[in-house]
Design a protein around this ligand. Sequence first.
Ligand code: SAM
Ligand code: DTB
Ligand code: SF4
Length: 346
Amino acid sequence: MCDLIRHDWQLHEIEELFSLPFNDLLFQAQQIHRQHFDPNAVQISTLLSIKTGACPEDCKYCPQSAHYRTDVEREKLLAVEQVVASARAAKSQGASRFCMGAAWRNPKDRDLPYVIDMVKQVKELGLETCMTLGMLNAKQAQALKQAGLDYYNHNLDTSPEFYGEIISTRTYADRLQTLKHVRDAGLKVCAGGIVGMGEKRRDRAGLLMQLANLPQHPESVPINMLVKVQGTPMADLDDLDPFEFVRTIAVARILMPKSFVRLSAGREAMNEQMQALCFFAGANSIFYGERLLTTANPDIDQDRKLFERLNIRALQHQDYDDEVHEAVIQEAITEQRQPALYYEVR
Ligand code: SAM
Ligand code: DTB
Ligand code: SF4
């Protein structure tokens, strides 16, 4: 079993993976995927925008930036009860994780008691919790951890070289610093990026290199396809070749074998065949529910049918609890079989 987790990837090695014949790349990714995960199980998270629009940052892809005129209507921080009601609904629909996002550069200290309350109450429902609130300092990360937050999402978005084309109001180093605070506080890290923003393949490779060479791989790696929103500077960009998106998923799987790779934003514009290819390439997490933050996501019924047709089951978080997961993998190694079989016979 190839169990080598590397943190020293060179750009040329990653570019070579991208350049493999498509079938060879997917075969390699699928083999690695099967060494660490049930290939027929997908983790599902539901997103809620807890504070919408009027963001001071200038991320060119984002409908919530105050720098661009989009149809997004600004909303104040939601009341805790509203958030809990949405979380309850998400749980009843089968989500195992509830992700709360805010259009902030960073949370203000006066906001923190409210978001902490949200974490505590959503956790009480038996859901895993994730937040994405912008940059955090060390104290804020520790406070969220203490409240019981499981994951913090903070994306690197693209390569360091392309980054300046996309955002000017915060640096790449700021993002890495937040990820460090999150990790140091003992939170699980969710970090990924966006493709289809006019970047080159080298930038996609550069983004994945940054993620894979972090001291510890993010537990969750969202790969977003740009959602083109009218009013943003990226509204009229050309589409990325869908196969290049699938390649990006496959390379992420190969570089970060034990991470959940999320087929994240952009599914609304993908057909089912494309999504199935992404799962084959090693994606094993999605956002589930009719909305992302401000844009549309496929209908729940449509996703349910797709899972049924592909014989995919939704993972419960107990299934990937670190210790249980390690035990499953070890048991499978001892018995010289694929870890995936464990799930099938259980
Ligand atoms: N404001 C916080 C921040 O940026 O850190 C958290 C929310 S922000 C909307 C979370 C992530 O959503 C961004 O980092 C970006 O990767 C992703 N995102 C935003 N707009 C997107 C779009 N139009 N298409 C794809 N991904 C998008
Ligand atoms: C992530 O990587 N993608 C999600 C989540 N983390 C917060 C957000 C996607 C947002 C897409 C645009 C919108 O709905 O506003
Ligand atoms: Fe603000 Fe986050 Fe959107 Fe950037 S991505 S404009 S920080 S909400």
